[in-house]
Design a protein around this ligand. Structure first.
Ligand SMILES: [Zn+2]
Length: 308
């Protein structure tokens, strides 16, 4: 079997039905063969009475291919999950829940939103390595909207209706490498340094503007550039382009981002940016993270700060 589909006809050919989707997930989840999640035993029977479910020959625990994953307990057919993952991973701008509802013929906005939200949780590679080499670091403010209202945004220097976001991008041979973005409570040294510490390898060279929150970043060679407002895009061209694309994307696809879910949307943007040269492989990666991530409760999804 091909590793992943490279076009819609290939997608159709690879996944004509539920059985092919289940087979693909089984292969991704247990590349070295089935492992019982309860006892670790390697031998199981496929149950004839329950679809895509195996019974451990030692402890008799029954495990479906989606049990204990992001897809756990979903009423949707696997084919809908596959289409959603394909559209979210391969489309250059992703797809909103509203668009997904109509493209997949889903019954309600809520089920489309849950599908997107669950897949979005699987967009952070749990084993990703920190940014390295030369990086640009900068901060910006993103307008957000409340549930039923359009995008609000403070004018001028006010940050009402805006959320502070910090970003770092690698620069490799004068081209952008990998990206990280995070919501931060403010632009203080504490917030900025914590972001750098969590996302950047020891010994990187970090270019920033002259903002007072940057000096003293841990384990980093700091290259501050004191610049006028017009020249920032010259000194830090890549992170500026990222911020500009992020804002256009947020308005174009989502008509503004919701404050509560902002980090998840940033993660989605980063997932797609970091795989912009391998969008079709990203589909398999997304399903791969989906079967290694534990399921989230409904409350964890609607209130991202709640821990379950
Ligand atoms: Zn077992």
């Amino acid at each position: 079997m091909a590793d992943y589909p490279r076009s819609l006809p290939e997608f159709q050919q690879l996944f004509p039905g539920e059985a092919e989707c289940a087979g693909y997930l089984t292969e991704i989840r247990w590349p070295d063969g089935f492992r019982c999640p309860a006892c670790g035993h390697a031998h199981a029977w496929a149950l004839e009475t329950k679809a895509w479910t195996y019974e451990c020959s030692k402890c008799h625990r029954q495990t479906s291919v989606t049990a204990g994953t992001v897809m756990h307990g979903s009423k949707l057919p696997l084919s809908k999950w596959f289409w959603a993952a394909y559209l979210m991973a391969t489309h250059s701008n992703g797809i909103s829940a509203v668009q997904l509802k109509s493209q997949l013929g889903l019954g309600s906005y809520k089920s489309a939103w849950l599908l997107c939200t669950k897949l979005r949780r699987a967009m952070v590679d749990p084993d990703r390595s920190p940014l390295a080499g030369l990086i640009e670091v900068d901060e910006t403010a993103i307008n957000y909207r409340t549930k039923d209202e359009p995008v609000s945004g403070g004018q001028g220097r006010s940050h009402d209706g805006k959320i502070a976001v910090v970003g770092a991008v690698e620069v490799i041979d004068e081209h952008p490498g990998r990206l990280r973005l995070a919501c931060i409570p403010d632009y203080s040294a504490d917030s900025l340094h914590a972001f750098v510490k969590a996302n950047v390898a020891t010994g990187v060279t970090a270019k920033t503007d002259g903002w007072s929150g940057y000096p003293g970043m841990p384990e980093v060679n700091h290259e501050p550039h004191v610049i006028g407002s017009t020249a920032a895009h010259v000194i830090l061209p890549w992170i500026h382009r990222v911020f500009s694309n992020l804002k256009t994307w947020a308005l174009g696809v989502y008509h503004g981002l919701r404050r509560k879910h902002l980090q998840a949307y940033l993660d989605e943007f980063v997932f797609r940016f970091n795989r912009r040269r391998s969008r079709h492989a990203a589909f398999r990666r997304l399903l791969g993270f989906s079967v290694t991530m534990p399921p989230a409760t409904y409350n964890m999804l609607i209130e991202p700060e709640a821990k379950g």
